[in-house]
Design a protein around this ligand. Structure first.
Ligand code: ADP
Ligand code: AMP
Ligand code: ZN
Length: 220
């Protein structure tokens, strides 16, 4: 093992559990970058790259983008200079193939540090996702009721327009939940068996969940 120990936090939880919200706050609090595969795909889509166009077909259906493409994209991202101390993983790994690949990527740096599971009931996640609004410019996430911006439709940070993601309508959300239970939920057992899983009560306020997560990350 390299002597360069890094911190890799793998946020787990159903779509809408609050991974992106918490990852952004953890990034501010720890300086470790948020690595969100969903955000990277959306960025590519906005810029009409080949990767973005490919990903769109899968995202619109709520299915997973193929592993080879996704894994290569994360490998590239983790080699960027801002990831020199580790990363907050948001939305990756999302199945067992990705989890195994990720463990190989981070093995030289001490492996996965902790895998917090943000627990929220399914009805609540559907309420959260259908009310989610995202900034077109910086990707900051709001909620119409639970976390509204100061001015309706406008990002507090940069004045960007808030929009509803194409995959945040109820039919697609249900398919994403289905995909989660079939493909991603096994990761809960996977990380538990490795002694890395810690459950966090995601029904609490955004600030309370953040405090719980920060306490976990700080002792790693
Ligand atoms: P994920 O990345 O897991 O899909 P998000 O972070 O995008 O989830 O959160 C989904 C929605 O729920 C967003 O609209 C967000 O503002 C809202 N949200 C996140 N955490 C909480 C919380 N603890 N309480 C209430 N709403 C929340
Ligand atoms: P998210 O922003 O995490 O809600 O992800 C939005 C969509 O991007 C998902 O429904 C998938 O289509 C795609 N996606 C994000 N992360 C992954 C991943 N790790 N593997 C495959 N597809 C992904
Ligand atoms: Zn913004």
């Amino acid at each position: 093992m390299s002597d360069r120990k890094r911190t890799y936090v793998v946020l787990l939880g159903v779509p809408g559990a609050g991974k992106g919200t918490q990852a952004k706050l953890l990034e501010q609090a720890t300086g470790l970058p948020q690595v969100s595969t969903g955000d990277i795909f959306r960025y590519n889509l906005k810029n009409q790259t080949a990767l973005g166009v490919l990903a769109k077909g899968y995202m619109d259906q709520g299915s997973l983008v193929p592993d080879d493409v996704t894994i290569r994209m994360v490998e590239d991202r983790l080699q960027m200079p801002d990831c020199a101390k580790g990363a907050i993983m948001d939305g990756f790994p999302r199945n067992l193939v990705q989890a195994t690949a990720f463990e190989q990527m981070v093995a030289p740096y001490g492996g996965v540090s902790v895998a917090p599971l943000i627990n929220v009931e399914d009805d609540e996640t559907i309420r959260r996702i259908t009310g989610r609004r995202t900034c077109r410019t910086c990707g900051t996430v709001y909620h119409l009721i639970f976390n509204p911006p100061l001015v309706e439709g406008v990002c507090d940070k940069d004045g960007g327009e808030l929009y509803q993601r194409d995959d945040d309508y109820e039919a697609t959300v249900r398919n994403r939940l289905f995909v989660y239970y079939k493909q991603t939920a096994p990761l809960v057992g996977y990380f538990y068996a490795k002694g890395l899983l810690t459950e966090v009560d995601g029904s609490k306020s955004i600030d309370a969940v953040q405090a719980d997560l920060l306490a976990l990350v700080k002792c790693k």
